[in-house]
Write a protein of this length. Structure first.
Length: 145
């Protein structure tokens, strides 16, 4: 290799390392196709927090799509949404919903009212499957002693 050739690759290598920041968090992205609006929601891996237990309460029928910031898998038939106001809402699916792979992210499709509603809307995996949302549950953190 010619010594001058290596020098030309230094800016390229520095650019690659600079682009790989560890704190870069994926964000909710919006795709508009004709009359449909689809949200791509990143799924955050489940973290082990032994001191917090989530207590379920009656949840809303609908949540504003613009409030969703992240999603977390809570079980094979439930996904938790983290909202902009720091509340946590659990979407529960129908029992006949197959175990879907939401680890790569998920898609939400909503109508003109810009809300995601139970018994109306579905969550779509990036692998092609979908589950209808049966209901939402509002989650409250309870610290275990």
């Amino acid at each position: 290799m010619i010594p001058g050739t290596f020098v030309t690759f230094i800016p390229l290598l520095l650019g690659l390392f600079a682009a790989q920041g560890a704190d870069v968090q994926p964000v909710v992205t919006r795709l508009i196709m004709q009359d449909e609006v689809i949200l791509r929601v990143p799924v955050q891996p489940r973290r082990y927090i032994p001191r917090v237990e989530w207590v379920e309460h009656k949840g809303p029928k609908c949540i504003p799509a613009g409030m969703i910031r992240r999603a977390m898998l809570s079980s094979p038939d439930e996904v938790d949404f983290l909202l902009a106001d720091r509340t946590r809402v659990r979407a529960q699916f129908d029992e006949d919903c197959p175990a879907l792979d939401f680890y790569g992210g998920l898609y939400l499709e909503y109508g003109r009212d810009q809300r995601i509603c139970a018994k109306r809307d579905a969550i779509h995996s990036r692998m092609g499957g979908s589950c209808e949302i049966r209901r939402f549950r509002l989650l409250e953190p309870k610290v275990r002693h």
